[in-house]
Write a protein that binds this ligand. Structure first.
Ligand code: ATP
Length: 142
């Protein structure tokens, strides 16, 4: 090995991962990137955490927890896919308008809205029956 090759930085990896650990590290970096770079993902995380806290406060049943987790995970999964679609479009089109890029980005964003609508329905079904009596009791007390 020459002195130059010993001191030169490792080239960025473009071949396959060599171990489960390496695959996992790259996947974890991907998740961190979505959270760091996507404001909508940060909003989903905060709203998801609030829903989990309310669920804990109102003592959800096991099946309620499963529906709530499904709703939260679906929204995040769609947001991750939306980010993938946006990045691929930007990679292909660069700073130029393309009707197909618009189509792909709008459909991917639509999937997020679709999943969010499911989450709102799940939230209403789970929380309204538990919170409504508390609201009534609180308003009639005053
Ligand atoms: N290269 C392009 N060609 C055509 N339309 C584009 C292009 N880039 C963006 N758009 C349009 O602009 C919108 C915003 O694009 P952008 O990539 O900024 O998404 P974003 O603001 O991160 O969206 P989101 O709020 O869904 O995360 C897209 O939904 C699409 O309608």
């Amino acid at each position: 090995m020459t002195m130059a090759s010993k001191n030169s930085p490792k080239p960025p990896q473009i071949d396959k991962n060599h171990s489960f650990w390496q695959s996992w590290q790259h996947a974890w970096n991907g998740l961190k990137t979505v959270v760091k770079e996507e404001r909508n993902m940060q909003t989903h995380l905060v709203l998801g955490a609030v829903a989990l806290l309310i669920g804990w406060a109102v003592h959800l049943t096991t099946s309620d927890w499963l529906w709530l987790c499904l709703a939260i995970f679906l929204v995040m999964l769609c947001e991750i896919n939306n980010t993938i679609a946006e990045n691929i479009c930007d990679l292909v089109t660069g700073p130029h308008y393309h009707p197909l890029a618009k189509k792909v980005k709008d459909i991917a964003a639509g999937a997020v809205v679709f999943a969010a609508a499911f989450a709102v329905i799940v939230g209403l079904i789970l929380f309204v029956p538990k919170l409504w009596p508390l609201v009534l009791a609180w308003t009639t007390k005053g």
